[in-house]
Ligand binder design. Sequence first.
Ligand code: SF4
Length: 292
Amino acid sequence: MVCRSVSVGGRRVCDMTSVPRPPRPPSSLSPSRASDFMQCPLLYRFRVIDRLPEKPSEAATRGTLVHAVLERLFDAPAAERTAPRARALVPGQWDRLREARPELAELFAGDEAGERLATWLGEAERLVERWFSLEDPTRLEPVEREMSVETELESGLRLRGVIDRVDVAPTGEVRIVDYKTGKAPRPEYAEGALFQMKFYALVIMRLKKVVPRRLQLVYLGSGDVLTYDPVPADLERVERKLLALWEAITQATETGEWRPRPTKLCGWCDHQAVCPEFGGTPPVYPLPVRPA
Ligand code: SF4
């Protein structure tokens, strides 16, 4: 089984239904996959090359749902972008998500009375509502929502991703916004959180020849907003980092040497059963290898 990308409310999400696809070498890099490799090269292999299925999680699915609601809210005229209207969008967007990804039904298996689902939907509504204490959508007119971006660097490395929201001021200044349904990181981890945003800023800089004025992370879980104003040197540093990362990924792809890197994040990894760190054996490597 593989994760098939489907569109829900304009957002690309993972559909875990059975769609066999032959393993193939990676051909591009997104912020999530770059983070996977930095976290654990073996996790990257399981996700990108073996394409092992992963169980849907309540937290990730709630994140997808909240993103869909915030995106759809901008369909309404500015004055009607209110918290009650946003909350009212939650059930309908959940229906759409379930239709697009039938495997999500397993999240609430055995919940005949619907109590867990009701609690979960209530949490999604609270996250949506909190957004109104952080931003005022009646005063925003995004030029892009759920914007798919892709660019090819001079080295040939393709970067891609989906940006939650792009605002452009009358002066032409660009702001990239990303919603997070979790809590803001402690200050010492802010750099890691900004990596994804700098990745997007680099893509915009290469695509549009403009350096975004501001990167903004909106944490709905804790009610925080983290901003960063990049300069070209920041983004060039990220580019060099990505090139080095890609070189390491290419080498691992060719040699089949994907090392596990155990951390406390292993607790959230779906692949412990096939991870040597947990006594498992990875599947046979499906790509041709050359000696290391
Ligand atoms: S369990 Fe930990 S070490 Fe093993 S693949 Fe997952 S993240 Fe990597």
